[in-house]
Ligand binder design. Structure first.
Ligand SMILES: NC(=O)c1ccc[n+]([C@@H]2O[C@H](COP(=O)([O-])OP(=O)(O)OC[C@H]3O[C@@H](n4cnc5c(N)ncnc54)[C@H](O)[C@@H]3O)[C@@H](O)[C@H]2O)c1
Length: 249
């Protein structure tokens, strides 16, 4: 009989930025599909996710090489293999070009671009001997279109789209797929500390999407799960737009 599941049961994944909106939903969905997950976040709240035999947590800064090395080691020690990397830890910056300092630029690029590179590099080393794997990089509409006030953020998300294609090219023949998700505006706490109410501010961008609303973290989680799964076996090097039609407008 045809298997109508996503075929994720028994897989092992790393999810970074797991304490946030999209990360948290992704972990929940992957666990529901029978995936063992190693979760990472700079926020110690990520420790609350630990579940014997199912979820192992690491508190760490995704921008640091040592964190990327450690999380892959921890995954192999805990579950014996690594099938899926979800690069999701990220930060935004709402500043026009002229107010963006060198420190702002470096901080955004370190987390969003260097962090994805470091985790992908370590993950590929673990996936190669096992004959393959799937890397899913959470990118953005600003990977391909401009948006005012996002000079550093958009540059970092553009870098992720290109990094994804290069990984796909370099390791495709060894069974490793790499894809990015061009997420539209998603109702999360990513603007906390920058605006009074992050979710309400983000929700007000609904009219900029063909669907007339912004997305929910669960909708990006579903896209991650499909790209992570063998059901997307012929998809690699793609920037899959999950943007409610933002880039169609
Ligand atoms: N919310 C949106 O509108 C939107 C749109 C497109 C793309 N994205 C991307 O989705 C991803 C998740 O964002 P979200 O909306 O869930 O935001 P969020 O703020 O809810 O979650 C981000 C998580 O990343 C963690 N994080 C930040 N810096 C870190 C670091 N240095 N090391 C480890 N963890 C770190 C945070 O603690 C947080 O838990 C990000 O890469 C973001 O750029 C979000």
């Amino acid at each position: 009989m045809q298997d109508l599941t996503l075929g994720l049961s028994g897989k092992v994944a790393i999810v970074t930025g797991a304490a946030g909106g999209i990360g948290r939903s992704t972990v929940k969905l992957l666990v529901a599909h029978g995936v063992q997950v190693v979760v990472e976040d700079i926020n110690p709240a990520v420790n609350e996710f630990a579940q014997a035999g199912k979820v192992v947590a690491l508190v760490g800064d995704a921008a640091e090489e040592a964190t990327a090395v450690r999380i892959v080691q921890l995954t192999l020690e805990s579950f014996g293999k690594l099938d899926i990397l979800v690069n999701n830890a990220g930060k935004t910056l709402n500043k026009p070009l002229l107010e963006t300092s060198v420190a702002d630029w470096d901080s955004i690029m370190a987390i969003n671009a260097r962090g994805y590179f470091l985790h992908a590099r370590e993950a590929v080393q673990a996936m190669l001997p096992a004959g393959g794997g799937s890397i899913v990089n959470v990118a953005s509409i600003v990977s391909i279109v401009g948006m005012k006030m996002t000079a550093a953020y958009a540059a970092s998300k553009g870098a992720i789209a290109q990094l994804t294609q290069v990984i796909a090219l370099e390791y495709g023949e060894q069974g490793i797929r790499a894809n990015a998700i061009g997420a539209g505006v998603i109702e999360t706490d990513i603007l906390s500390g920058m605006v009074e109410d992050s979710r309400a501010t983000l929700a007000s961008y609904g009219h900029m999407h063909a669907l007339g609303r912004v997305g929910q973290p669960e909708e990006i989680a579903q896209t991650v799960a499909w790209l992570a799964s063998p059901r997307s076996s012929f998809v690699t090097g793609a920037l899959v737009m999950a943007d409610g039609g933002y880039t169609a407008m």
